[in-house]
Design a binder for this molecule. Structure first.
Ligand SMILES: [Zn+2]
Length: 261
């Protein structure tokens, strides 16, 4: 269902056109680290403003991603991302502090969460989209199902009407965690590899979404590991914290411009 256009000027994960039966024509994408102007540890498509990268470079990188998707930089909404489960119902562009998920029903508003190992989730329902950022803390706190509930509320639909997309994140191959973290997750989301505990963050999120009523066939995963692919993604773990961020993005696709934005 998802494909990465590696040859594009700005390589992005997009849904294959054949799967174009998307409710309300949602625009959904995950960015990679390729196609931008940043240098050094932020090479090249760093979209994270919380990094030590040049702000002009981050702004240009963001502009490139949004332009590739046909979205207006003036209608970008972002989240403060505090590893919690709070959701903001977005009616205007800009930074929404103290939340890890954004939901909107307004066409043209581009919702974005950044990550460099944490799992980005995109939600689509008839007339609503959402994004969420969920690392191990957020996942334990219930961020995936909190975002789901907000999308359902915005759409006036049940979880059976929602599709969820899991983006690039650190996967079980690379995500070694301490016993103290591992024991807080269901056994199906943890595995012992070479005598170290590894967490399957995407599986942990999927289990919570299934419990909350999303159909198994409605959860799609790009299946990419940020830590395994230094040329493809930024990884906080692999790069010891000095790295960029990639985006998970969702917007309702109609090009109509929301008033007052
Ligand atoms: Zn890996």
């Amino acid at each position: 269902m998802w494909t990465l256009a590696r040859d594009a000027a700005v390589p992005l994960w997009r849904r294959a056109p054949a799967a174009g039966a998307a409710p309300a024509g949602a625009v959904l994408a995950f960015s990679t680290r390729q196609g931008g102007v940043s240098e050094g540890p932020y090479r090249s498509l760093n979209v994270g403003r919380s990094t030590a990268d040049r702000p002009e470079a981050v702004a240009e990188n963001r502009r490139r991603v949004l332009a590739a998707l046909g979205l207006d930089p003036g209608h970008l909404a972002t989240a403060g991302q505090v590893h919690g489960r709070d959701v903001a119902r977005v009616t205007q562009a800009g930074l929404h502090a103290a939340c890890d998920a954004l939901v909107t029903t307004i066409p043209g508003v581009a919702l974005a969460v950044t990550g460099a190992d944490c799992l980005p989730l995109l939600f689509e329902a008839p007339g609503a989209v959402g994004v969420a950022h969920s690392g191990w803390r957020g996942t334990l706190a219930g961020a995936p199902e909190a975002a789901l509930a907000a999308v359902c509320g915005a759409a006036g639909a049940g979880p059976g009407a929602v599709r969820v997309h899991l983006g690039p994140c650190i996967r079980i191959c690379c995500y070694e965690v301490g016993e103290d973290v591992a024991t807080q997750f269901p056994a199906e989301a943890v595995r012992r590899i070479a005598d170290r505990m590894h967490l399957d963050l995407a599986r942990a999120a999927r289990l919570r979404l299934l419990d909350a009523g999303v159909a198994d066939g409605s959860i799609h995963d790009v299946d990419a590991c940020t830590a395994c692919a230094p040329e493809g993604y930024f990884s906080h773990r692999r790069d010891h914290g000095i790295t960029g961020r990639q985006w998970g993005l969702a917007a309702l696709g109609e090009r109509s411009i929301a008033r007052g934005m």
